[in-house]
Write a protein that binds this ligand. Structure first.
Ligand SMILES: Cc1ncc(COP(=O)(O)O)c(C=O)c1O
Length: 462
């Protein structure tokens, strides 16, 4: 039994009654919740405990976010101490923890940046879009540069603009029309299902050529930025060819666009480097950070701008160049103090290096699943991985939703929580894994074993 700080007595039935009576949940069908009630009461390292005392190994670190693992009670002490001195004041003034956190984040990103604090990954990207536009208005006053190029099957958040920037039809459809043509989409670097039917490296990165054709087609003087996750997560962990981002950066420089990198999932050790873009050595102009910045202990996120962008916002007050928005909780001192300690723990415990090493071990384990004919692809970088299931390797016909759900449910019944790709035309035929970076090798073995049995049960070992 994992030792956690579980509340002493929980009236599970009362919680379920309250919840079903009053909570509107995200993303899950309430009818399903009525049948599958999961009341999580405590957690430690990579293990969750529900109100029945059942333990689950969390292969998804919540929503790809609890990088340093659960149950770090010292973060509760940090929060309590900060709350006793200053619980809140708006970030139009300075505060001690936010200044320290910004310094740390800036240092980790190379020291040539300023950091703007928000509360979620969506807001971090949204602020990035707005900063891009404001920057273009300042720097190119005669031009009308406002479009951001995103990738089909990309995901950048829940707000209307971040949804528009993303390329997941299923996630957008119920809210459309999104009301603008500010976001233009290009083919993703999803090599297993190359949108051009090509194979790397003979493809010569047709997906990058597609970006240049799109910039030219739109009119370069209307395009402001390209947004990209270094490794596309929600699609089912698409790891691009190594030079992909380098070539995207070159296009940004050629056409005077800002490179907006979404590190919401990739960041803080997830891919085996501190930031995903560091695998290719590019220098982004805007970086969106969330999730791992605080391992989800409190809500805080950030939009980091390179100093050449920051300088555009700097000037005489009369010139009205400052960031033209304020958010109530931005730079929240308690969240900032907790985030700073979270990053220190990540660095002190070498969790990025551990992610790289154990990521290779996980990938080796997942690759053994290729013995099942229905495993079409296995891919990953660091502790971010996916197994793509197909009915047939030749046609790559997707494993249908009910079977995928059966596999996810099987793993859960065995005490292992795995994720599933979502919201795309290919609709959820990837098992995704993004465990806490403290995951042990024994836990990796367990995940692989459970998936192995689950896939065998699913297909009769086809
Ligand atoms: C790549 C990426 N960007 C942005 C977001 C949005 O972050 P949040 O849910 O904190 O708004 C997510 C959420 O999963 C994400 O995966």
């Amino acid at each position: 039994m994992t030792t956690t700080n579980a509340p002493a007595v929980i009236d599970r039935a009362a919680v379920v009654q309250q919840d079903l009576g009053s909570v509107l949940h995200p993303a899950v069908q309430h009818k399903l919740l009525e049948q599958q009630q999961l009341v999580i009461v405590s957690a430690k390292d990579s293990t969750l405990v529900d109100a029945n005392g059942t333990e689950y190994l969390d292969g998804m670190a919540g929503l790809w976010c609890v990088n340093i693992g659960y149950g770090r009670t010292e973060l509760a002490d940090v929060a309590a101490t900060q709350m006793q001195s200053l619980a809140y004041y708006p970030h139009t003034a300075m505060n001690v923890p936010a200044a320290a956190l910004a310094t740390k984040v800036n240092d980790l990103l190379g020291g040539d940046n300023h950091v703007y604090f928000v509360n979620s990954g969506s807001e971090a990207n949204e602020a990035g879009f707005k900063f891009t536009r404001q920057y273009m208005k300042h720097e190119h006053p005669g031009e009308y540069r406002y479009k951001t190029i995103g990738r089909y099957l990309g995901y950048h958040g829940t707000t209307l603009s971040t949804l528009a920037a993303g390329g997941m039809g299923d996630r957008k459809m119920k809210f459309e029309p999104l009301g603008n043509n500010d976001f233009v989409h290009v083919a993703p670097p999803y090599c297993y299902r190359c949108p051009f039917g090509l194979t790397y490296p003979s493809c010569e990165l047709a997906c990058v050529k597609n970006i240049e054709a799109t910039i030219q087609g739109e009119g370069p003087e209307t395009v402001a930025a390209v947004i990209a996750e270094p490794v596309m997560s929600a699609i089912g962990v698409a790891v691009p060819p190594p030079e992909y981002l380098v070539e995207v950066e070159a296009l940004c420089r050629k056409y005077g666009l800002l490179l907006h990198i979404d590190e919401v999932i990739n960041g803080f050790g997830r891919t085996g480097k501190l930031f995903g873009f560091q695998h290719s050595g590019v220098q982004p102009d805007i970086v969106a950070l969330a999730k791992g910045i605080v391992s989800a202990y409190l809500p805080i996120a950030a939009t980091v701008v390179r100093n050449r962008v920051f300088e555009s916002f700097y000037g005489d007050p009369a010139a009205n160049r400052q960031v033209n928005q304020v958010n109530t909780y931005g730079g929240h001192p308690v969240a900032a103090a907790v985030a700073l300690r979270n990053i220190e723990i990540l660095l002190e415990e070498h969790l990025t290096e551990r992610s790289a090493e154990n990521g290779r071990y996980l990938l080796d384990g997942l690759n053994t699943l290729r013995q099942h004919a229905c495993v079409g692809d296995v891919r990953g970088l660091g502790l971010l991985a996916a197994v793509e299931l197909v009915l047939d390797r030749q046609s790559k016909a997707i494993m249908p939703g009910p079977q995928m759900q059966q596999l996810v449910d099987y793993c859960k019944a065995q005490g292992v929580i795995v994720g599933r790709s979502m919201g795309t035309r290919f609709n959820g035929n990837c098992i995704t894994l993004a465990p806490p970076l403290v995951l042990t090798r024994a836990e990796i073995d367990r995940i692989v074993q459970v998936l192995d049995k689950g896939i065998a049960a699913l297909t009769g070992n086809r």
